[in-house]
Design a protein around this ligand. Structure first.
Ligand code: PGA
Length: 253
């Protein structure tokens, strides 16, 4: 099945407004030209509008890094799907940093997924195991629990993308090997088909995330089940991110 590869940059809690504008301006001209790969940048909330205006008319898409599942009300400091609808196309949901530092459970992640899709936003749904779970041979158990918690709705026919991000590989410089990513992503694909039926697992795009750089992206893109990458640190340097998108476009575009 032909799936359009995607490279998404997760800027996390980096860049103020001026820096975000500068960063997107630096990468846009080079990135706009690259074909056969969907390109997404996910700046902090306060820079979404400015970045959206810069991206207008280009082939680069915008994503948010989080949302709250309620649509409005007394939830001080939160950002609702209604505020993001029309502003961006994608939203990262269930990132391990949200699960780890902000207490997001599988149940909360599922509520966020539901709320995003209801409001026309496409989730980048993050799953992944901790180092100790990996070492204890529990990777598949953890992934099954995470995917199953979000299987009561057809998110994947509504444009949701999955990002497999082993927590031990995030921000550590210790990326999974391409064959580890391939094996685990293939497992997730089979899991999705098992739970959603049809060939949803064959159609859904599944990205790898965790210490992706311009030096290792080519290996990941050569694997048949890896449809691209969710990139953290290397998405904050325009040349590095461009190098990643360029190789993805050359290999799979
Ligand atoms: P990293 O982050 O590329 O800096 O490892 C990836 C992510 O957390 O999405």
């Amino acid at each position: 099945m032909k799936r359009l590869p995607m490279i998404a940059g997760n800027w996390k809690m980096n860049t103020n407004l001026n820096e975000a504008v500068k960063l997107v301006n630096a990468m846009l001209p080079g990135m706009d030209k690259l074909k056969g790969v969907e390109k997404v940048v996910c700046p902090p909330f306060i820079s979404l509008e400015a970045v959206k205006n810069i991206l207008k008319g280009s082939s680069v898409k915008l994503g948010a890094q989080n949302l709250f599942y309620e649509e409005k009300g007394a939830y001080t400091g939160e950002i609702s799907p209604l505020m993001l609808a029309g502003m961006c196309e994608y939203v990262i949901i269930g990132h391990s940093e949200r699960r780890q530092y902000f207490g997001e459970t599988d149940e909360i992640v599922n509520k966020k997924m539901k709320s995003a899709v209801k409001n026309g936003l496409k989730p980048i749904f993050c799953v992944g195991e901790k180092l100790e779970e990996n070492e204890a041979g529990k990777t598949e158990v953890v992934l099954t629990r995470q995917v199953k918690a979000c299987s009561d709705h057809d998110y994947f026919t509504h444009g949701a993308v999955i990002a497999y991000e082993p927590i031990w590989a995030i921000g550590t410089g210790l990326a999974a090997t391409a064959s580890q990513a391939q094996r685990t992503i293939n497992f997730i694909r089979r899991l999705v088909t098992e739970q959603q039926g049809g060939d949803i697992g064959g159609a859904v795009r599944i990205l790898y995330g965790g210490s992706v750089t311009a030096a290792n992206i080519a290996d990941f893109m050569k694997e048949p089940d890896v449809d691209g990458a969710l990139v953290g640190g290397a998405s904050l340097k325009s040349d590095d991110f461009l190098g990643i998108v360029r190789q993805a476009s050359e290999i799979r575009g």
